[in-house]
Write a protein that binds this ligand. Structure first.
Ligand code: UN1
Length: 513
């Protein structure tokens, strides 16, 4: 890793050998156990992070609560100015942060940079938004009355993020929450704690430069138990969680039990429908990037290709040929397309999936396997695989977080393909490859794709920040990032003002005294 300048990146980001995993900004402390961050790139220990105990957490919450009381009084455009400065710091540190993302998580350096770019983009979006937290004005049914709505800051927001987008998903949440007047408490994945430390250092410097109080950006670290502090905490009106469906169900139930709000972005089982009218060249690029990009560890990764029988062999041939070109190896080396999986547990899941698809009757047409030898010492590098399968297989119904692509065949009309596409419990991202207007519109219609994201002639992954991001069914229903996703970070208040000397009641009710 040395040759890729990792040490310089760590220094630029203020990462030490042992880092305090609990922080309210400039103040960092921690009294919990240590987690080690081991790079999946080379299996080397990068640095250690001390985790957050309940006592540490209580200190964070005290600070966050008083910070909220101050921050919410600052005019939203002034909060936007702070987010603007934060975005500029990210521009300055794009390379080291992109490198750390790549080294700690294992995605390609290009994708690491792309992730930081998403952070910068959402900051720009949030700055504009800080002048556009609009509510509506309504016409009152009563004379001399005015009715309107306001959006007010909500409170401390809890953010639980996953290893696969270790920095961007936090930024989607936090940049919006900050302009909305909220303070944030972030628990990054215990698999990528250093990305959390780096981001917190960047944010803390901005808040300090502006003489703002501690507690607007808070960091806590540890495993799911630390996440549970937040899901059970009535002081946190909103918990935004990204991760597995299993985790989401636990968080949602805990938050619902205290009638809090949760924003869930959980698993996907994303498919691309390839119709007889598809452009095969575009299909191959979209499908292969979707399936092997980030080693298949995006929520939006392409898991299933639903191909019309008339072009099935042609598409199969084109995709398998493309897989032969893939270079697997150190993700910091820009000539490689595919880096490692996050850890050896992920490797086991991937191997399990390939075994299971064969047991269920599927046929592997591009062999997988774990790579060994020089450059693959971490044991986390695997070969992207393709299997022919049926949508009804248990393993196909399940999200395997790795580079396994299933080919499914459909016959007849596009609605048969849509039924297969919708025939899973997840509902995040979907796509159709077609030049046929009727097929495309049918796919996007009310009786088309049931996913939160539906694309035409684009793959399933790589969404832009400007749209609302999230999905239906067991994906959890939450929406983050662009469009009006900001509304979940605020509380809506309806105001009715009477400027007469009468007090007429609504609905024409008579109440004479
Ligand atoms: C995720 O995998 O959790 O659309 C987020 C994409 C990225 C974000 C993915 N912009 O693939």
């Amino acid at each position: 890793a040395q040759e890729f300048g990792i040490q310089d990146a760590l220094t630029a980001l203020g990462i030490k050998d042992i880092n305090e995993g609990t922080s309210t900004g400039s103040k960092s402390f921690s009294s919990g156990e240590i987690i080690e961050s081991i790079s999946p790139v080379d299996g080397v220990l990068i640095a250690k992070v001390k985790t957050t105990t309940k006592t540490d957490y209580e200190k964070v919450m005290d600070t966050a609560t008083s910070a909220f009381n101050a921050w919410r009084t600052k005019p939203a455009p002034q909060r936007g100015e702070i987010v603007r400065q934060f975005g500029n710091k990210l521009r300055e540190l794009k390379e080291p942060l992109g490198k750390l993302v790549s080294y700690e998580m294992g995605k390609s350096y290009q994708e690491g940079l792309g992730e930081v770019q998403e952070m910068i983009d959402i900051c720009d979006f949030a700055v504009g938004l800080s002048r556009q937290l609009h509510g509506l004005t309504m016409h009152s049914e009563r004379p001399g009355h005015r009715m309107y709505e306001q959006y007010h800051p909500l409170g401390p927001v809890g953010i639980i993020s996953a290893f696969n987008f270790p920095v961007a998903v936090w930024a989607w949440n936090t940049a919006l929450a900050w302009v909305c007047g909220d303070v944030c408490i972030w628990k990054p994945s215990e698999k990528t704690p250093l990305c959390g430390i780096a981001c917190q250092n960047i944010a803390a410097a901005v808040f300090k430069d502006n003489n703002l109080p501690e507690g607007i950006s808070c960091l806590i670290n540890g495993d799911y138990k630390v996440g549970e502090f937040m899901s059970h905490d009535g002081r946190i009106p909103l918990v935004s969680a990204t991760g597995s469906i299993r985790m989401g169900k636990i968080v949602a139930q805990a938050v619902a039990a205290r009638l809090g709000k949760s924003l869930l972005e959980l698993g996907g089982n994303n498919a691309i429908i390839v119709t007889p009218d598809a452009d095969i060249k575009m299909t191959v690029i979209g499908a292969v990037f979707g399936a092997v990009g980030t080693a298949g560890q995006r929520c939006t990764s392409t898991r299933r290709l639903i191909i019309h029988e008339s072009i099935y062999d042609k598409v199969k041939e084109a995709v398998t040929t493309a897989y032969k070109q893939l270079r697997i190896g150190n993700p910091l080396d820009e000539k490689n397309h595919v880096g490692p999986l996050i850890d050896t547990d992920a490797v086991k899941n991937y191997e399990q999936a390939l075994k299971k698809v064969v047991e269920e009757g599927g046929k592997v047409i591009v062999e997988g396997g774990v790579l060994e030898g020089k450059g693959f010492e971490s044991g986390c590098y695997v070969k992207p695989a393709i299997a022919e399968a049926e949508n009804s297989y248990d393993i196909v119904q399940h999200e395997t977080f790795g580079p396994v692509l299933y080919l499914l065949k459909y016959s007849g009309d596009v609605e048969n393909a849509i039924a297969i596409q919708n025939g899973v419990v997840q509902g995040l991202s979907s796509a159709i490859m077609t030049n046929n207007l009727r097929e495309a519109e049918r796919f996007l219609s009310a009786y088309g794709s049931d996913c939160g994201i539906a694309n035409v002639n684009i793959g399933t992954s790589g969404a832009e920040i400007g749209g609302a991001f999230g999905g239906e069914k067991e994906t959890g229903g939450g929406r983050e990032s662009g469009s009006d996703a900001w509304k979940v970070y605020m509380r809506r208040q309806t105001n009715t003002i009477n400027y007469t000397t009468e007090l007429p009641l609504a609905q024409g009710i008579k109440f004479d005294l």
